[in-house]
Design a protein around this ligand. Structure first.
Ligand SMILES: [Zn+2]
Length: 159
């Protein structure tokens, strides 16, 4: 489904929006998630693994949510995943995201354990299917923040 792209200038004028109204919110790294964002900036996907019990928390948290230990290591993820569930947003999102409509928000299962919320990109929306294989791609949205997103491994499903 190709979907009509929204002309944001028309919307801006119609609704009397300022440029500020169209600024996308960004993640705010914490001291315990900063290594995740630093790696992402280098186009590496890392996960926080508890040194005591081996549990992987995502999003990274201050301590292990399984056993409460605070010793941990950062491990390199495979960059592969499967699609658990998804929604195609076509309207009703905050103004900064109107330019991206229609876009896909998904729950993504990593083989390392965590379920991640992210976007599916470079995908033909008609070919989305739960269980499809995904691979990570990195979207450098600012100089400081790079967002890991996911695309189909199967090139025939890309769009
Ligand atoms: Zn633990």
């Amino acid at each position: 489904m190709a979907g009509e792209k929204i002309d944001i200038e028309t919307i801006k004028a119609m609704l009397n929006l300022s440029d500020e109204d169209l600024v996308k919110p960004l993640p705010i790294p914490t001291r315990w998630s900063q290594p995740f964002w630093d790696a992402s900036k280098e186009h590496r996907l890392v996960l926080k693994k508890c040194s005591a019990c081996g549990y992987i928390d995502h999003p990274p948290y201050l301590y292990c949510t399984n056993c409460h230990a605070d010793e941990h290591e950062w491990v390199e993820a495979s960059g592969k995943a499967t699609l658990a569930s998804y929604a195609i947003n076509t309207f009703g999102v905050p103004f900064p995201f109107w330019v991206d409509l229609p876009y896909v928000v998904a729950m993504i299962d990593l083989p390392e354990g965590p379920r991640m919320i992210s976007n599916i990109v470079e995908c033909d929306h008609d070919k989305l299917e739960n269980g499809m294989e995904l691979e990570v791609v990195f979207d450098d949205v600012t100089d400081e923040i790079t967002l890991p997103k996911w695309r189909p491994v199967d090139k025939t499903k890309r769009g």
